[in-house]
Design a protein around this ligand. Structure first.
Ligand code: SER
Length: 337
């Protein structure tokens, strides 16, 4: 079998590291990674090549490769993007646009759609206030698409941009003999939690930060109220969903953006579970108004029935198994406690 040529941008981030490991474990890929940072130890030696630097500046370099699949993970997350909006737009939108143009060009040139996997987010939603959030419950992909954050606006727009390039680019779909167009697929992730890495710059970060702090015996002041509820997912499930969506034959897909869900949980429940696992853990709640506002605009939970119907998605971990089978064993190993 010939190897598939894969590009993973943002490879040094949390999803990136886990995805590179996941692809490597499957075999059959020649992996090129890209990131502003050098490769961390966890994935050093796994890719065939690492391109370090700013994607937008270096985009020409990527035209020398013929990628079958692009996982475009590089992004500035929601809290960071709020304090550096112009930089966020450049990373989140311009970077995506450049790669979409590359994938569109290669798809047409080789008459073979380049698969383009894009992580979107629950930040694409925007609930007016806590009441609307409570009443809405589990939201469908097309509901409440009015993000309150720069990051959410960037993600929602890039979902649309990806759809445009894969279906309507230059109105080529109206040609009598339309060319091959890229194959854009996107997943709206909830907050992700890894036992091995920590997020940075996001707003769902209070979940993983609290758990990692408790495991290390460090006090933690949570920046949202204890009744704050959004959905979360174990990192292995996030990788599973990305790989599943990459594998599905295109005709099985009824849309280009899918919700995935695992467990919706309050910040206070994280605290309770952390204290149970690590007695003596000191966790306080000191809400930051801006970050609280961001999480209040995100839904309590998402409806992932389309992903379940179209590509048999289902998570391996619910709240209980997340802690017992994934997080606690992993984190104990990591911190030796
Ligand atoms: N985890 C992300 C953030 O908090 C949401 O996609 O920004």
């Amino acid at each position: 079998m010939t190897e598939q040529s894969v590009l993973v941008t943002g490879a040094c981030g949390e999803i990136g590291q886990a995805l590179v490991q996941g692809l490597k474990a499957r075999n059959g890929y020649r992996i090129v990674t890209a990131d502003l940072a050098p490769l961390p130890d966890a994935i050093r030696g796994l890719p065939s090549e690492h391109v370090q630097g700013d994607l937008v500046n270096r985009i020409k370099q990527f035209y020398d490769y013929d990628f079958d699949i692009i996982y475009h993970l590089a992004a500035s997350l929601s809290s960071k993007a709020e304090v550096a909006t112009e930089e966020a737009h450049r990373i989140n939108v311009e970077g995506t646009m450049q790669l979409l143009m590359l994938a569109a060009y290669k798809s047409e040139k080789y008459k073979k759609p380049v698969r383009f996997l894009f992580p979107s987010s629950i930040a694409a939603y925007g609930m007016a206030d806590g009441n609307e959030k409570k009443q809405a419950g589990r939201v469908k992909e097309e509901d409440f698409n009015s993000p309150h954050t720069m990051y959410g606006c960037n993600k929602l727009y890039c979902e649309k941009l990806g759809t445009y390039y894969s279906r309507f680019f230059g109105q080529r779909h109206l040609d009598s003999n339309p060319p091959a167009m890229l194959d854009f697929r996107s997943i709206r992730f909830p907050g992700l939690i890894s036992a091995f890495t920590l997020p940075s710059g996001g707003t769902s970060d209070y979940g993983p930060e609290m758990l990692h702090a408790a495991a290390q015996g460090k006090p933690y002041a949570c920046f949202v109220r204890e009744d704050t509820k959004i959905s979360f997912m174990a990192m292995p499930d996030a990788i599973k969903s990305l790989l599943m969506l990459s594998d599905v034959p295109r005709p099985a897909l009824t849309r280009q953006t899918y919700n995935v869900a695992a467990f919706a949980i309050r910040a206070g429940e994280f605290r309770d579970r952390a204290v149970e696992a690590f007695p003596g853990a000191t966790i306080t709640f000191e809400p930051n108004p801006n970050r609280q506002g961001i999480v209040d605009s995100w839904p309590e939970d998402v409806d992932d029935s389309r992903a379940r119907a179209d590509w048999n998605w289902q998570p391996d971990y619910d709240a209980d198994t997340f802690f017992e089978d994934y997080f606690l064993p992993g984190i104990r190993k990591r911190y030796g406690r």
